[in-house]
Ligand binder design. Structure first.
Ligand code: SAM
Ligand code: SF4
Length: 324
């Protein structure tokens, strides 16, 4: 469907849990966050009902996110059922990769077509400083498996000068050596992200050009997202930049989000959203559910306010609660 600004909304990010097995410094405090009680998290049945409803109004692409989606029990079977919903054409996943090696083959069989791995560096010490867990080797094996399974494989790196400032080329090197796309995602001033200064794409690009030569800008979109892509000489995958702050892409935004506790969020940066839980757990008919979803999507704001005054960004949750 279209929102009131004429944007086609065909993509939903569904967070299946607010729990995570890592503690990335820009996303989750070292001691974790108070988790939503289990009974407040939507059941898989409830999420599938929302997915069937949004499929009827033209949302055909779903990204499963978290917290860490692979820590929720039953995720493979849930994805299999999601994929069977008429109108849901593409189901992808974003994961920290720690549990992917054990689940990858089953996820692929269940219908996952692509995986985004969050990985900010290739140095084990830096990895542990950022995520507070020693798990780099598991993530690297997971990425290798994803490529072997023939899944569209992307690596998402959040550049933070203090942590991985000297390692952008080594992360980009993954796209040279393997058929994976590496994307640099500007840190957003949401939750703990407010503690870190974004690194501009141009700063990273200067480094990459020095190490890999002149790239060609690609006139393509890959997947659902707003990344701007470049092809570097002799690279198997492309390099992308997602710059929500320095290069806002709100005018072509195609997405909404469903949090694990059932709030339909029209925009990442505002806390506003419509709680679908009372409808799902009450006596609402499917049509009433669809009407509530349509109203929320129609009211999507035109743009984020991440560049405005701090208090104008009303979302106070850490990204782990929202799903990125
Ligand atoms: N745990 C999964 C993962 O890491 O891919 C899924 C959830 S995580 C919240 C989704 C994405 O949000 C990750 O790529 C992560 O790097 C990104 N993220 C978290 N906090 C962020 C922030 N403040 N600014 C930009 N991206 C952020
Ligand atoms: Fe967990 Fe992903 Fe947040 Fe890292 S970015 S703490 S892996 S939810």
């Amino acid at each position: 469907m279209q929102d009131r600004f004429g944007r086609t909304i065909d993509y939903m990010r569904i967070s299946v849990t607010d729990r995570c097995n890592l503690r990335c410094v820009y996303c989750m405090p070292a001691g974790g966050v108070d988790s939503v009680p289990h009974e407040e998290i939507l059941s898989y049945e409830e999420i599938l009902r929302v997915a069937a409803s949004v499929a009827q109004i033209g949302i055909s692409k779903i990204k499963i996110t978290g917290g860490e989606p692979l820590v929720r029990r039953g995720i493979v079977d849930f994805i299999r059922r999601l994929k069977q919903i008429s109108g849901i054409e593409n189901v992808t996943l974003t994961t920290n990769g720690v549990k992917f090696y054990e689940l990858g083959a089953a996820l692929s069989q269940a219908g996952v077509k692509g995986v985004n791995f969050s990985l900010d560096c290739l140095n084990p010490d830096t990895y542990e400083q950022i995520t507070r867990v020693d798990a780099l080797s598991k993530v690297l094996s997971a990425i290798e498996l994803s490529v072997k399974l023939g899944l569209t494989t992307k690596v998402n790196c959040v550049p933070i000068a203090k942590y991985n400032g000297s390692q952008w080329s080594s992360i980009a090197d993954l796209a040279k050596k393997h058929p994976v796309h590496v994307r640099f995602i500007e840190v957003m001033p949401i939750g703990l992200g407010k503690d870190y200064a974004p690194v501009s794409s141009s700063r990273i690009m200067t480094q990459l050009k020095a190490d890999y030569g002149q790239p060609t800008k690609l006139d393509i979109r890959q997947g659902n997202g707003p990344a701007v892509y470049y092809a570097f000489p002799n690279f198997q995958g492309n390099i992308g930049f997602i710059s929500a702050i320095s290069d806002s892409f709100c005018d072509s935004c195609n997405r909404v989000r469903l949090t694990s506790d059932g709030v339909l969020k029209p925009c990442l940066c505002y806390s506003d959203g419509v709680s679908l839980k009372p409808l799902l757990r009450g006596s609402a008919t499917d049509n009433q559910l669809i009407d509530a979803i349509k109203a929320a999507i129609f009211g999507k704001p035109f743009q984020h306010n991440l560049c405005g005054e701090a208090d104008e960004t009303s979302e106070t949750n850490n990204m782990v609660k929202i799903g990125g």
